[in-house]
Design a protein around this ligand. Structure first.
Ligand SMILES: [Zn+2]
Length: 56
């Protein structure tokens, strides 16, 4: 099992919260997936997600 760190953002304009992988290099230009604007994107902090490999 591997924990992957995500950076959580939310848009104050749209009712949406989304996460970007911490390794993503585009961290500085995160855009809302709905309005495609970075104007209303707020940093919600870090999050962690457990990636469980598919069991065979
Ligand atoms: Zn938005």
């Amino acid at each position: 099992m591997q924990g992957v760190e995500f950076h959580v953002y939310s848009c104050t304009w749209c009712p949406v919260t989304f996460a970007v992988e911490q390794d993503c290099e585009d961290q500085h230009e995160v855009k809302c997936p709905i309005c495609h604007s970075d104007e209303y994107v707020e940093d919600e902090g870090m999050g962690e997600m457990d990636i469980t490999p598919t069991k065979k």
